[in-house]
Design a protein around this ligand. Structure first.
Ligand code: PSV
Ligand code: MN
Length: 399
């Protein structure tokens, strides 16, 4: 690794921030069961504490995404939550309304044929906008579970019209500086059609909503074989990419830790972003967020692992020899072009990333630092006692 590459990596890491999901610290699992962890977060204060810890260990995670229904209690001033976040050295990031859990949403939320469900979804989302305003967040992240399970169940076209009107209303209710992120997903929990099926639907919906709406790419929300980096490139080119939900998958929306299955796929996404910046000289200002729901790994370790993997892969993308790549592409030299990517991908960037960390006053390997600290065992003991004192049975929902 030469000095120029080290500098490129340092610059890339300085610019790279990745948001933590509050729900990634709580007991989550599959629909077949959960395996509880003594150190899992019990409430929002715990989640913010854990996020603060991950930020301290990695120097890369200053914000925390929240899920309104799971994290905010009626009657509690959201400003208090912002204060707790500050105490732990983080800020509240994307606000995620929850329009999928209530019984009223059986047939959908904004797309439901039931007007009461649509009204509830709108009220909750507008309340979420107000929460965002109160905590100083500039992102409203919308994912809907809306869809149908059987052909003929409902009118796809009528649902789309309801959706467009609702998102426009939400968009127009947002304060200045807030961005509406539109997340798509081709299946689950709806298994025949989902109302925001793919990036095309999300793009159209964002366009119809207004100028402050963008598409959110969750890496687990694609059909097998989909070329995600191409979607990323097209959206970047059209100035319609808002951000990411990072996780990895083998089969469906598995929500595994990032790059555990396919690091090269994540690298190729970062490569396209670096290429965009190289070509245009513009910072695309993307919201990089983690959305994982690991069932078995210890919550804190899994989160730190994802952050460090993201940093390594982002660093690798920063050292692609873009001039050599352009020459190879111009000459139609396919092998040389691919080698430009592989050379960067196969470079061991870890010593430089560790040096960058030490320059920030943190340990070179955050996982080892976390293990040595004994904090997971300590939190396990504290939270077991806390559950006992509260008379809580471990489990329940994601909240
Ligand atoms: C849905 O699968 C999703 O990706 C959405 O982003 C939700 O907000 C999140 O997972 C948490 O369940
Ligand atoms: Mn997601």
């Amino acid at each position: 690794m030469n000095d120029r590459q080290s500098r490129q990596i340092f610059d890339a890491l300085d610019s790279f921030k990745i948001e933590l999901p509050s729900w990634g610290f709580a007991d989550t699992g599959t629909r077949f069961g959960k395996f509880f962890q003594p150190a899992s977060a019990i409430d929002l204060e715990d989640k913010l504490h854990d996020a603060g810890l991950v930020n301290k260990l990695t120097a890369a995670c200053p914000t925390v995404a929240v899920h309104v229904l799971w994290d905010f209690k009626a009657g509690v001033d959201p400003k208090q939550t912002a204060k707790i976040a500050k105490k732990h050295g983080v800020k509240i990031g994307a606000i995620n309304p929850n329009v999928f859990q209530d019984q009223l949403y059986k047939l959908g939320s904004f797309c439901s044929p039931n007007a009461k469900a649509r009204d509830l979804a709108m009220r909750h989302t507008l309340d979420s906008v107000a929460i965002g305003k109160a905590v100083g967040s500039n992102l409203l992240s919308m994912w809907l579970a809306d869809g149908t399970n059987y052909p003929g169940q409902d009118s796809i076209r009528a649902r789309w019209q309801l959706l467009v009107a609702a998102f426009k209303k939400v968009h127009d209710a947002m304060p200045k500086g807030m961005t509406l992120l539109v997340e798509y997903k081709p299946f689950e929990p709806a298994f025949y059609h989902t109302d925001i099926q793919d990036w095309g639907a999300a793009y159209l919906l964002a366009k119809h909503s207004g100028k402050n709406a963008r598409v959110l790419v969750d890496t687990g929300h694609h059909l097998q074989g989909c070329n995600i980096e191409q979607i990323v490139t097209l959206l970047l080119h059209e100035n319609m990419l808002g951000g990411f939900h990072f996780n990895d998958r083998k089969y469906a929306d598995d929500d595994l830790t990032l790059s555990s299955i396919d690091p090269y796929a994540v690298f190729r996404i970062f490569d396209q972003i670096a290429q965009y910046t190289f070509d245009t000289g513009k910072d695309p200002k993307l919201a990089y967020m983690i959305d994982q729901s690991h069932n078995l790994k210890p919550k804190l370790e899994a989160m730190v692992q994802t952050v460090t993997m993201a940093q390594d892969l982002f660093a690798k993308a920063a050292i692609v020899d873009r001039k050599a790549l352009a020459s190879a592409q111009k000459a139609g030299d396919i092998v040389a072009g691919e080698r430009c990517l592989r050379d960067a991908f196969e470079t061991d960037v870890r010593p430089v990333v560790a040096k960058w960390r030490k320059g920030k006053g943190i340990a070179g390997d955050p996982i080892i630092a976390l293990r040595k600290s004994g904090v997971i065992a300590q939190l396990g003991a504290e939270r077991t006692a806390k559950r006992k004192a509260l008379g809580m049975v471990q489990g329940g929902s994601y909240a």
